[in-house]
Design a protein around this ligand. Structure first.
Ligand SMILES: [Zn+2]
Length: 223
């Protein structure tokens, strides 16, 4: 008994939505979420916050700033190479890009998990494309080491050259079928990684969450 009806003053249990005396509806807690413009900084402030929900506006606000800065790094790297500038510049740009990717990895995964929570889905889904990609890499390592998983630099260099040649030769179903099992497995895993990544990106960017309270948070205005 800890909340009081605004209409008749009767104490009611915390969990009830309507007053047991007069039927007055208690106000439901709602969440508005950060605006598009403030989203990037709120995502940084919520660096590791996986709990709770993120609206589409918050996700887009994060994505646009992230995309612009990443594109600036990529553009700088291309420009430095095309103009034949000192390779020091390229090194600094790539180091800066690595720092940027490292710093934004965790808050990026966290806001994606919160965005999934918005439609009452588990945040673990953000790992699905990564798991497929990692499985593909295991298949490649299997191929590169002839199934031994032992580090033999000469063998790996040879096999890597083969692998590149094999990939370049794949242009239809028949050439794919002629590949070895481990190469096929790698390509299939990477295709699944790409497909699941695309589906995830569409969900994160475009699918509205539920307006109602769900197991991850209170009611959401403009989910
Ligand atoms: Zn009442």
């Amino acid at each position: 008994m800890s909340k009081y009806c605004a209409n008749c003053g009767r104490p009611n249990d915390d969990a009830v939505r309507f007053c047991s005396e007069c039927g007055h509806e208690f106000e439901v807690e709602t969440n508005v979420g950060p605006s598009f413009g403030g989203a990037f900084f709120s995502c940084l402030a919520n660096y590791c916050k996986i709990g709770g929900r993120a609206t589409r506006a918050e996700y887009w606000g994060w994505l646009v700033v992230y995309g612009i800065i990443s594109a600036l790094f990529a553009g700088a790297a291309v420009a430095i190479q095309q103009r034949g500038l000192s390779s020091d510049y390229l090194k600094w740009t790539l180091n800066g890009c690595a720092v940027w990717c490292g710093l934004t990895l965790i808050p990026g995964l966290a806001v994606a998990a919160r965005r999934l929570h918005d439609s009452n889905k588990t945040g673990w889904r953000v790992w699905i494309p990564g798991l497929f990609a990692a499985a593909g890499c295991v298949a490649v390592v299997y191929y590169m080491t002839n199934g031994t998983f032992k580090l033999d630099a000469d063998l790996i260099v040879d096999q890597a050259r083969d692998f590149k040649k094999l990939l370049a030769g794949v242009d239809d179903w028949a050439t794919f079928k002629a590949l070895g099992k481990s190469v096929q497995a790698a390509l299939a895993c990477w295709a699944l990684a790409g497909l699941s990544g695309l589906l995830l990106a569409i969900r994160l960017c475009f699918v509205p969450g539920s307006k109602e309270e769900n197991r991850y948070g209170v009611k959401q205005v403009n989910p």
